[in-house]
Design a protein around this ligand. Structure first.
Ligand SMILES: *[C@@H]1O[C@H](CO)[C@@H](O)[C@H](O)[C@H]1NC(C)=O
Ligand SMILES: *[C@@H]1O[C@H](CO)[C@@H](O)[C@H](O)[C@H]1NC(C)=O
Ligand SMILES: *[C@@H]1O[C@H](CO)[C@@H](O)[C@H](O)[C@H]1NC(C)=O
Ligand SMILES: *[C@@H]1O[C@H](CO)[C@@H](O)[C@H](O)[C@H]1NC(C)=O
Ligand SMILES: *[C@@H]1O[C@H](CO)[C@@H](O)[C@H](O)[C@H]1NC(C)=O
Ligand SMILES: *[C@@H]1O[C@H](CO)[C@@H](O)[C@H](O)[C@H]1NC(C)=O
Length: 399
């Protein structure tokens, strides 16, 4: 708790105290507006709820999925993790178990609360993971930044030790910066966070997002998974020209969708019975030949670019994280309402394949694969280095 108090002290030095934090709008949203973009956030999951900017015709589009008000997020039982920070450990944990090894090699096994596949695994930190909770707003300056914090108690969802985390979003001009910091204050514990934003760069004006173009110039490999998307330990090469090749050239997400998805492997690519993408791409390896040892990415380089010819809007992602999940909204089935800022008179719900989720993160389930060498990036202990995630999203419009 002492470190927590020190950090709070450091933040209040910047001028914000609880008493002076401006109130949210009537929908519970905290806006950060520049002359180019407007973003809104809520304490529930420290989530982004809206992101508005003009398209190539000058029409204002809202390009992230979400709900009209903060309360609606807490009511949807399906909980799609719209725009949130999944924690304390994003993505799936095999069998909901992992081991932590202390300095002399002594193993402690942990079992965390399962919440997927009839109890076979844990997804996004469990049934009451971070993005089911309201973070505190510890600082808010409407023209530029907001900082959320959460104290995750020892034993919550089965995880060892207390974790204290700060999530800061900063905007300037056409840029959204994300900085996440987390500290293990009492015991060694796994930590892996992400930003789980659902993008539709057309503001949901079209029937799907399969016309969006994606380029991930360093995504030469991906984590191999089984039928329920649990990593098998295999690391696979993304063959040039194959369905998972988004590195050799920019490609429409829908390019491999057609009547030959069985043959081209897109059927089953996101788990048993699923056609599309829900894959953890790895940036730190050469595409060919596959190698676990060579790191070749300069962190200042762009790791992904998503663009839509329809609106002209493009998004460039820069990140210090070594992996990147891409999900093509395969599970959406037209039952989630769009916000009033989105869609058309006739399109009022999120369609299947209607969005693209891009998640900057580390190698998924790395805590169960010590052979990948991710331990120092995924297991944190009191007095050790903090967990840090940084990402920058830069928006633009091609006329
Ligand atoms: C920020 O932008 C949004 C969307 O354009 C607008 O609704 C809101 O009133 C703006 N807020 C402020 C404080 O300017
Ligand atoms: C979280 O915030 C929402 C929106 O203000 C509110 O409806 C909900 O009751 C809050 N939940 C908890 C557990 O405080
Ligand atoms: C928030 O959204 C929910 C779901 O659409 C709706 O039922 C509720 O009336 C809204 N609340 C407010 C205060 O607008
Ligand atoms: C799977 O989890 C159970 C606890 O529910 C545990 O007893 C078992 O050892 C775990 N299996 C593996 C292979 O870790
Ligand atoms: C951002 O906006 C400020 C103020 O409008 C301007 O001075 C600065 O040059 C802009 N920066 C970039 C990178 O466009
Ligand atoms: C679908 O199948 C037909 C007949 O085999 C073929 O001509 C066509 O190119 C296929 N289309 C796609 C998108 O794969």
């Amino acid at each position: 708790m002492r470190i927590h108090a020190l950090l709070l002290g450091a933040i209040s030095l910047t001028g914000a105290t609880a008493a002076s934090i401006p109130a949210p709008d009537p929908n519970g949203k905290y806006w950060l507006n520049t002359s180019s973009i407007s973003l809104a956030f809520i304490p529930y999951g420290a989530s982004i709820t809206n992101l508005l900017l003009p398209d190539k015709h000058g029409n204002l589009l809202d390009i992230v999925a979400g709900y009209d008000n903060a309360t609606a997020y807490t009511l949807d039982a399906a909980h799609p993790h719209f725009g949130s920070v999944p924690g304390r450990y994003a993505n799936r944990i095999k069998n909901s178990t992992f081991s932590i090894f202390d300095e002399d090699g002594t193993e402690t096994k942990y079992h965390v609360t399962p919440n997927e596949n009839n109890g076979l695994n844990t997804l996004h930190g469990g049934p009451d993971g971070w993005d089911y909770r309201n973070f505190s707003v510890v600082a808010y300056t409407p023209s530029s930044s907001i900082t959320f914090s959460i104290v995750d108690p020892d034993g919550k969802e089965g995880f060892p030790g207390e974790v204290v985390s700060y999530i800061t979003y900063t905007v300037s001009n056409s840029t959204w910066d994300i900085k996440m910091v987390a500290l293990a204050t009492t015991k060694a514990t796994p930590i892996m966070l992400s930003s789980h934003t659902y993008w539709n760069l057309d503001g949901f004006e079209l029937d799907d997002a399969l016309g969006h173009e994606l380029y991930m110039p360093f995504a030469g490999m991906r984590v191999g998974v089984d039928g329920i998307l649990i990593p098998t330990g295999e690391v696979l090469g993304n063959e040039r020209g194959g369905i998972n090749d988004f590195w050799s050239r920019p490609k429409k997400i829908g390019e491999a969708f057609g009547n030959d998805t069985k043959e081209n492997g897109l059927e089953g690519n996101c788990g048993t019975g699923c056609t599309g993408y829900d894959n953890c791409y790895i940036h730190s390896l050469r595409p060919s030949p596959p190698s676990l040892s060579q790191s070749w990415r300069d962190p200042s380089q762009m790791v992904a670019r998503l663009s839509s010819p329809h609106s002209g809007i493009k998004l460039e992602v820069y990140s210090d994280q070594d992996a990147f999940q891409m999900y093509s909204c395969n599970q959406q089935k037209g039952d989630v309402p769009l916000k009033w800022t989105q869609g058309t008179d006739t399109l009022r719900t999120i369609p299947k394949y209607g969005c693209v989720v891009l998640e900057v993160q580390d190698w998924i389930d790395g805590i169960n694969h010590p052979e990948w060498g991710r331990t120092s990036k995924q297991v944190f202990k009191p007095g050790g280095d903090p967990y840090v995630l940084q990402a920058r999203y830069v928006f633009g419009v091609d006329k």
